[in-house]
Design a protein around this ligand. Sequence first.
Ligand SMILES: NC(=O)c1ccc[n+]([C@@H]2O[C@H](COP(=O)([O-])OP(=O)(O)OC[C@H]3O[C@@H](n4cnc5c(N)ncnc54)[C@H](OP(=O)(O)O)[C@@H]3O)[C@@H](O)[C@H]2O)c1
Length: 308
Amino acid sequence: MPGFTASDVTDQRGKCFLVTGANTGIGFEVARALAGKGARVLLACRDEGKARAAMARIESEIPAADLALIPLDLTDLDSIRRAADLTSAKPRLDALVNNAGVMLPPLTRTAQGFELQFGVNHLGTFALTGLLLAKLAETPGSRVVVTASLAHRRGQIPFDDLNAEHSYNRYQRYGNSKLANMLFSFELDRRLRAASSAITAIGCHPGLAGTDLMRHLGPFKGISGLLRLVLNTPEMGAWPALQAACDPSAQGGDYYGAQQLGELRGPSGKAWRTQRSQRSDLAERLWDVSVAMTGIDPGLRPAQNILP
Ligand SMILES: NC(=O)c1ccc[n+]([C@@H]2O[C@H](COP(=O)([O-])OP(=O)(O)OC[C@H]3O[C@@H](n4cnc5c(N)ncnc54)[C@H](OP(=O)(O)O)[C@@H]3O)[C@@H](O)[C@H]2O)c1
């Protein structure tokens, strides 16, 4: 089975996609591919200079590209609120592609004091998505894409120490944040279905792609050079997100990832996920904690609490 690649993305003229972390790596390639298919792309980035440079790169290749910058720093709920307001003022939003992420930083805290990996990768994604659901609901068939990772397989949700007050293992915390991405995307889809919403939520992972994600690996970040040779390029790493965002046959609750070499590389298709990532008890508890921590309530009730 060949699997889904960027060449399977059909004409997207008339549609609008918001891609977080679109200035580099996988997010950049998602934005470039969508712009190449005629979509309007909102690049949600924290560094205006890098974002403008990325937009110029896309425009040099696709002169007709329809691009706009949405300033977004996922370490700060105020910035997330402003980005959601700016996006909500746009005429339409067909898909929110939650791609931005951080991996293996030293212990760092967000503006609101959250541990950085959980704060950016999960809480930031949760907050932005929650604030944009009303806008997405205006467009029939709109989608929320959440980017997880193979690293979700080793993840846990340490409810007694979500903010790393007692211990911090950066590898474990990355896996935890990616498990949280999985739990959130499936819980979001379950709640949307239960609310008879036309929005769908779909998860994805890029396999292993040589990008700037390795930036905190210090002297070991050179392995990203090797990865660039043998594993996914950023362009290939974008395929699962593109499938999640654009494949007409994709369903809410699906999870897409690279299909070859143990899901490390290659075209996109249905991916494997752990039992833990599908546990609704964990997902519901994480949802409630995320509402409490961010103060942002997406306003959807748990699926089983809705009577048929
Ligand atoms: N590469 C892989 O092999 C791999 C594997 C599994 C999952 N993933 C996931 O794929 C996604 C994209 O990763 P990548 O490999 O493309 O990494 P990348 O090249 O490092 O790109 C990450 C993007 O996220 C942005 N970002 C980081 N912190 C942010 C914040 N506080 N606010 C807003 N944007 C922020 C970065 O902006 P700056 O450039 O300004 O820092 C950058 O645009 C991540 O969610 C990652 O966990 C990647």
